[in-house]
Design a protein. Structure first.
Length: 104
């Protein structure tokens, strides 16, 4: 059962990452979404997603954190990540309010 779950999660992560990468590339930047796997692979509660971004051509991809990128870079990354997620579902409308509220 865990193998099926992990396979599904990997496929979803790849789809989200491909969409996020395309959106970042349109801004002449780069980005990826990666699945972070815990040391104990049986502990499903410890899995997560990490966002990796590059805003300047001379840099390497770096994990999106409060310490590595500026507030604007974090806001843009978060907005593009949310847009990438939107490709996964169809709803009549979407609303985002105070996107930078937790980006301090």
């Amino acid at each position: 059962m865990r193998a099926e779950w992990l396979n599904s999660i990997n496929k979803l992560t790849e789809t989200i990452s491909a969409s996020f990468s395309r959106l970042m590339a349109r801004m002449k930047c780069a980005g990826e979404v990666k699945l972070s796997t815990p040391d104990n692979e049986d502990d499903l509660s410890k899995y997560g997603l990490t966002i990796w971004v590059r805003f300047r051509g001379s840099e390497k991809l770096r994990e999106l954190t409060a310490m590595q990128q500026s507030g604007g870079e974090r806001a843009v990354s978060t907005a593009l990540y949310l847009l990438a997620l939107q490709t996964m579902s169809t709803v009549p409308f979407r609303c985002a309010d105070e996107i930078n509220q937790v980006l301090r």
